[in-house]
Unconditional design. Structure first.
Length: 205
């Protein structure tokens, strides 16, 4: 079974939409180890509503109230996120794991998001978005993963296309392109299902 971590070059760059698309494509289970803020509709709730596969199991670990960095959100509730206590969920299905924030977002005073990724020992699908500075942020993210010998399955670009930015990132990094997910003002189940078609090959890789 395929198990992937969905990580981003920053926050608000399309990780949750990407996670929904891949959950739909693989009929995978979904796990969000750390959720900061939006507890009225968590990322797991979003993915559940936007996917058509009703066999998917949704799980969460740390649910924190404030929409701030996880380490601060935990402090505000007198909690500590100890990554050693976060164990990979047990499933016989494909699994999509969505991280919180960017790779170097702090989970505690001692651990970054990338430390949890390293502990889980799964391949990463890196989500990038085209904006001024995204080449730098994407290549820095790739470098950070490589320094820790974390395998990278590939890159998914979200949002408006930028041929030159995407070309440079892919040619310089040698990381394979898995697909592109456009922005839409109408994030329906149908949109997610349509985008999922381009990723069905991941089941066979």
């Amino acid at each position: 079974m395929k198990k992937f971590i969905i990580a981003g070059i920053g926050t608000n760059i399309g990780k949750t939409v990407t996670s929904a698309v891949l959950v739909e494509a693989l009929h995978a289970d979904y796990w969000k180890p750390v959720q900061s803020g939006n507890l009225n509709e968590t990322d797991a709730d979003f993915v559940r509503k936007k996917t058509k596969n009703h066999q998917t199991i949704f799980q969460e670990a740390f649910l924190l109230k404030e929409p701030v960095s996880p380490h601060l959100a935990a402090k505000l509730e007198s909690k500590v996120i100890d990554i050693e206590q976060i164990k990979l969920v047990n499933t016989n299905n494909h699994l999509i794991v969505e991280t919180a924030g960017g790779l170097l977002s702090p989970l505690s005073d001692n651990y970054l998001c990338i430390d949890l990724i390293n502990l889980l020992q799964l391949s990463v699908i890196l989500v990038s978005m085209n904006y001024l500075g995204s080449i730098n942020h994407t290549l820095l993210s790739i470098e950070a993963l490589k320094q820790r010998n974390i395998p990278i399955e590939g890159i998914i670009f979200c949002g408006d296309p930028n041929f030159e930015t995407e070309r440079f990132i892919l040619e310089y990094s040698k990381i394979p392109l898995l697909g592109k997910i456009p922005f839409t003002d109408n994030l329906t189940q149908e949109f997610i299902s349509e985008q999922a078609k381009q990723f069905s090959h991941l089941q066979c890789n």
